[in-house]
Design a protein around this ligand. Structure first.
Ligand SMILES: O=C(O)c1cccc(C(=O)CC[C@H]2O[C@@H](n3cnc4c(=O)[nH]cnc43)[C@H](O)[C@@H]2O)c1
Length: 238
């Protein structure tokens, strides 16, 4: 089984690699566009880890580049794509340091603003704003003891109580927000590869408070998530 993990920044990729391979080697492979894949090979599963940039567009471009570069004449080389990194947690659902596995990957700001509120692209008559993750996501959530709920993809980090309330009103079950999942999912779906999203909560979704961010703790939680994910993937591959 081959898995592609896409993070936004190198610090997140480091946590993923550390969780997957403890202190084993993770050889690097260059991709077009100055991207670098790090490979973690297990008994049955090979995981390539890519830091693709911040935001849905960078994430989609990097994921598509990796998928295109690896595709063979008979189809995609990867069996699963994982969008992973830190994220904001919605109050009462995903506290700081917790893990969220998406049961829906939602482009929360893709659509149109109207005097009566947001219209998603489906309501405008084109495109999609939600991807349904691979069924495996439920087993992953259990193994990671993670919240299993919608993860919103936004282009602008929420920084006010009113924006948080608006998102919660539109997505009452939302567990986390981040900036890449939907872009990764668009690229994976275009290549016919199932996708999941895993987030470690570094901050609360709400009024901006940089002093309250816990990025170090979230990166530790991300490392632990991939330590726990390894046996799930090995089992899936058998
Ligand atoms: O300057 C701020 O107020 C601010 C608040 C939270 C995060 C940021 C970032 O620049 C990090 C963006 C980066 O990390 C993911 N992330 C982490 N927390 C959130 C969030 O609450 N909402 C959206 N994205 C978040 C995101 O996926 C990016 O890769 C700045």
């Amino acid at each position: 089984m081959r898995v592609l993990v896409v993070t936004a920044v190198p610090a997140e990729a480091d946590s993923v690699v550390a969780g997957l391979s403890a202190d084993g080697p993770s050889p690097a492979h260059s991709l077009p566009g100055g991207l670098t894949l790090r490979r973690c090979a297990g008994a049955e599963v090979t995981v390539d880890v890519l830091a693709g940039g911040v935001g849905p567009a960078a994430a989609a471009a990097a994921t598509a580049t990796a998928l295109t570069a690896s595709a063979t004449a008979t189809g995609p080389a990867y069996d699963l794509v994982v969008s992973a990194g830190i994220g904001g947690g919605f109050a009462g659902t995903a506290p700081l340091g917790s893990l969220v596995v998406a049961d829906a990957i939602v482009a929360a700001d893709l659509g149109a603003q109207t005097p009566d509120g947001h219209l998603a692209v489906e309501q405008l008559g084109f495109g999609r704003s939600t991807h349904v993750p691979a069924p495996l996501s439920e087993r992953i959530a259990k193994a990671l003891d993670a919240v299993h709920g919608p993860v919103l993809t936004v282009s602008t980090v929420t920084g006010t109580a009113s924006r948080a309330a608006e998102l919660t009103a539109r997505h009452p079950r939302a567990a986390a927000e981040a900036m890449e999942g939907f872009g990764v999912a668009e690229a994976a779906t275009a290549h016919g590869v199932p996708v999941v999203e895993i987030r470690a909560v570094s901050n609360a979704v709400g009024p901006r408070d940089r002093a309250a961010w816990r990025i170090g703790e979230a990166l530790d939680a991300l490392r632990n998530a991939f330590r726990l994910l390894s046996p799930v993937l090995e089992e899936e591959a058998r």
